[in-house]
Design a protein around this ligand. Sequence first.
Ligand code: 13P
Ligand code: SF4
Length: 311
Amino acid sequence: QILAPNITDEIRRLKKERNAVILVHNYQSREIQELGDFVGDSLGLAYKAKETDADVIVFCGVHFMAETAKIVNPNKIVVLPDANAGCSLEQSCPAPQLEKFLQVHAEKNYYVIAYINCSAGVKALSDCICTSGNAVKIVEAAPKDRPILFVPDQNLGSWVMEQTGRKMDLWQGACYVHVEFTRDSINQIKEEYPDAAVVAHPECTYAVRMLADVVCSTEKMVHYCLESPAETFIIVTESGMLHRLEREVPHKRFIPGPTGHCRCADCRYMKMNNLEKLHNCLLNLSPQVEMAEDIRKRAEKPILRMLELSR
Ligand code: 13P
Ligand code: SF4
């Protein structure tokens, strides 16, 4: 009897056939993380995308991440399971609005630092890109004689100001997932687990960051939890992060940070991806990321500057 191959075997087979690499963000579901050649944060994934010699990049994350991979790999095919997997931060800063703002305030001669969670159009208007993993370094490396405009995340921006002491003008964008954690919801879970260390993403609000033992990118969370003497951690970020932590730090306990109205926080965009869509995008090599070459070229410069500066 010939058994029909299951979907994960089929994904592995197609991956080989296409000479593809599967890059997976830490917020993806457990089954997708298990199929990844590399699972990481936005910074690690950007480096992997830049370095790969595969013919096809399958990006399991959200659209701006796959777009970043395409910007640095114009001759490769970049596909993602669901082209509608957007990001509220990206939506909070449309490129035409930023362009207008920069024109109106042209006399300021802003040095624009864009958090990687933005469109290619916004990247093309920026001087340097950053991620949550290198934002402090990138801001510290910015020219001292120019004012900084930081787009689009006001929470990451204000956290970086606290860390560096450098004043910046902040675009008023936010991640709709991370602003759902509240001082009350985190205080309540701390009461339930008084010995737990609180680990929060810098996209959280100031009130929540104040309650954290550490504020860092998703990749740094793995290192922190491995090295910390604590046995239990309250993870104040998107729930997919717990899969990565449970795989890599199996001897410790992870509690999802609750929001004001839910036991854990899911990003609806990250969760649009599933095994079936992953299989289909490998099979059909669609949906692909594409963009106009002039935008791609302009967007590439600040990404390469970031990769160079954060080595
Ligand atoms: P990281 O770069 O820390 O993985 O964060 C990406 C993100 O989208 C956070 O919401
Ligand atoms: Fe965007 Fe927030 Fe989802 Fe991250 S968690 S992809 S910042 S909406």
